[in-house]
Design a protein around this ligand. Structure first.
Ligand code: NI
Length: 176
């Protein structure tokens, strides 16, 4: 288990569609452990396998109760393999996102407020949840990584994209 280097925007793997997981085996558990170590070391709220250089449809995310984000409801630690999203309704929320692959930058991104996600945990057990708010946002952000999309591509107006230190005070902070 190890903290792995995180690929940065511009790396071809971050623009690629990741491969589906076909076996729930020790290799998958080792991948998840490395993602876990890397996410925690960098204080991320989520990470996708391509970010540590592995083309596999695996994301993890978690938001613990954190005084930095009093406006956000905690999200349980989740390993999500081969996710399928169904956006529910037409309502969207705008939120300031960051990403471990786009360090130091923030952008205002519209996301579907509610969605259903299905997939599997690291042991192949099915997951089926309907969520909203930040939980829905983090799932959309992480699953975008599996389709080769980074959050700056979702920013509607590049006037709302910039360096975190310069934007401080102008935005409601979201975890990476
Ligand atoms: Ni990201």
């Amino acid at each position: 288990m190890a903290v792995r280097p995180v690929l940065k925007m511009g790396e071809p793997l971050l623009r690629a569609v990741a491969a589906p997981v076909t076996q729930f085996d020790a290799q998958l558990l080792a991948l998840v452990a490395d993602m876990d170590d890397t996410m925690r070391a960098l204080n991320g709220a989520g990470i996708a396998a391509p970010q540590i250089g592995v083309s596999a449809r695996v994301v993890i995310f978690e938001l613990q109760d954190n005084p930095r984000y009093p406006h956000l409801t905690p999200v349980p630690y989740t390993v999500l393999v081969n996710p399928v999203l169904t956006l529910l309704g037409t309502e969207q929320d705008e939120g300031w996102e960051g990403c471990l692959s786009v360090p130091g930058m923030r952008g205002l991104v519209p996301r579907s407020r509610r969605l259903r996600y299905r997939g599997f945990d690291a042991h192949g057990e099915p997951l089926d949840r309907t969520v909203e708010g930040f939980h829905a946002r983090v799932v959309q952000h992480e699953v975008d990584h599996l389709d080769g999309i980074l959050f700056p591509q979702r920013v509607r107006d590049l006037a709302n994209f910039g360096f975190e230190e310069a934007l401080a005070g102008q935005m409601t902070l979201m975890p990476d």
